[in-house]
Design a protein around this ligand. Sequence first.
Ligand code: HEM
Length: 145
Amino acid sequence: MELKITDGVMGVRPPVTKPHPGFFHQVGEERFRKLVDDHYELIRNSDIAFLFPVNDEDDFTQAKKNAADFLIQISGGHAYFNENRGEPRMVGRHAPFRIDEHARRRWLEFYAKLLPELEKEGINPEYIKSFWDYLDIFSIWMINI
Ligand code: HEM
């Protein structure tokens, strides 16, 4: 499976397509949360760790939960994020953090490393690709520097 990273430019917001609902349906909530957990653990030991609350375990755990809540919601699962945090307003929520194209690429590379595991576990590669495409494009919106 080729998970290609599209070049991102600050201020350019390409149209986003939500992940295929089959992705969340096949992966299931437990495995989905593990995916986000694994992603944050890769971040923890990376050159973009400084952006995240790595020095406070409670905050780091909460950050994982918020991210999973959002991604589950956008993938067609329960609206956890709206319930717990309100309107997503993702661009605004990322505004306090200095996210450049390098940070975005690193963030995406960690998903590119983890998603092939799902293919081995039997998840439909087309569903995985649709989740990837969503992350690849929507992450461009988060670039703010
Ligand atoms: C599709 C792309 C992305 C999605 C869906 C996403 C989702 C989220 C969510 C849901 C939160 C929690 C917000 C809250 O509850 O207030 C969050 C926080 C955050 N995200 Fe993203 N994000 C994306 C891309 C990125 C990228 C590319 C970076 C840069 C490396 C990034 C860095 C951060 C940081 C630093 C936080 C704050 C962590 C904290 O202090 O709690 N995000 N993101």
